[in-house]
Design a protein around this ligand. Structure first.
Ligand SMILES: [Cu+2]
Length: 151
């Protein structure tokens, strides 16, 4: 009796599985053509206009429409985050320089960073996504926030 019931139950489950299996491919096939969003980045922290107490500024980033991966993996179609603190963006068609003050590569695929020793006063932070060769994505995927550090 038990085994007959469980056979019946799994039979019903199979029908449901097949039915949803039939519906799914059509939905999946439509999605990329309709709504493949261009890669974008948003600075979640600090918030626009925020006042940060102390000299350490925590940065939290969120990327959409692209996989964030370590630059060293050199996988096409991936990106990593870059931060420009009180620094203008470098040219859009060349690699973002390494070792420049105010420019940070989050080359290991990190989405968080902490600036230490940030001077009191107003600051501008720009986040920018770039490919494994550190060349900014096209179209540009950037976000800017302004915040103030209070000692
Ligand atoms: Cu980089």
């Amino acid at each position: 009796m038990m085994s007959r019931m469980s056979t019946l139950a799994s039979g019903v489950g199979l029908v449901a599985l097949v039915a949803s299996g039939l519906a799914a491919p059509a939905a999946v096939a439509q999605a990329p053509a309709k709504a493949a969003p261009a890669p974008s980045v948003k600075i979640m922290e600090p918030k626009q206009g925020a006042t940060v107490a102390g000299t350490m500024v925590d940065v939290v980033l969120e990327a959409q429409g692209v996989e964030i991966a370590p630059a060293a993996e050199h996988r096409a179609g991936t990106a990593h985050h870059h931060l420009f603190l009180d620094t203008d963006l470098t040219a859009a068609d060349v690699a973002i320089p390494v070792g420049m003050p105010g420019i940070v590569h989050l080359g290991k695929g990190q989405s968080k960073y902490m600036f230490d020793g940030v001077a009191p006063g107003p600051h501008r932070l720009i986040a920018l996504l770039a490919d494994p060769n550190h060349v900014p994505l096209k179209p540009l995927a950037a976000d800017t926030v302004r915040f103030t550090v209070k000692p």
